[in-house]
Write a new protein. Structure first.
Length: 197
């Protein structure tokens, strides 16, 4: 018997983000997920090294890697639509859960619990904190996209950048590792390779 989970996951590369925006360079769901995984890992390392936490940074990277996997089925819902009102937001969350369930059902029974653990939050304080950092990494990834678009001369992302920056500013008050990242690692984004090296 064959199983479709990984073949379906591999289709993340075909899902474009920012569909309502004019992009100077398209960003796939695969690219975004990889960046969120790396940022989630980095935020957990910062939390552990500088702020007294003992978080599983590898778990954070895995959660970040799969955090938008449901979009393989649903597509990338534009933020203004997704958050238009509470009713629509709740309906979309339900659709995401159904899509995740459908994906998980493409795994053999013996492997499913290991992946359910990535998709579904635990009740522990540690897991809740990790998921808050993954959410912050998701916002940071979106902000990085805005920075890169603006640096390439595309002003289409200026409003999104302001909205994301305000959201991240609020997160920095509660998540000091996000503040560390924003001050120490965010400024070089958008620089040329010569400027970086």
């Amino acid at each position: 018997m064959t199983h479709n989970f990984f073949a379906t996951i591999s289709r993340m590369k075909y899902i474009d983000r920012w569909a309502l925006m004019r992009n100077s360079r398209n960003e796939s769901l695969s690219e975004h997920s990889l960046e969120v995984a790396m940022l989630s890992h980095a935020l957990c390392v910062l939390a552990n090294v500088r702020h007294g936490h003992n978080l599983d940074a590898s778990r954070a990277a895995l959660i970040g890697l799969y955090h938008d996997a449901s979009e393989i089925i649903t597509g990338d819902m534009p933020t203004p639509v997704k958050y238009y009102n509470n009713k629509l937001q709740e309906a979309y969350k339900d659709v995401e859960k159904i899509a995740e369930y459908k994906l998980l059902n493409e795994l053999p029974q013996d492997l499913r619990p290991h992946f359910e653990d990535i998709f579904k939050p635990e009740d522990s304080e540690e897991d809740q904190y990790i998921r808050r950092l993954v959410k912050a990494a998701d916002k940071l990834s979106a902000l990085i996209k805005c920075i890169e678009e603006e640096k390439s001369g595309n002003t289409e992302f200026s409003t999104a950048r302001k909205t994301l920056q305000a959201s991240i500013d609020k997160m920095m008050d509660e998540l000091p590792e996000v503040k560390d990242f924003v001050y120490e690692f965010l400024p070089p984004y958008g620089n040329t390779l010569d400027e970086l090296l």
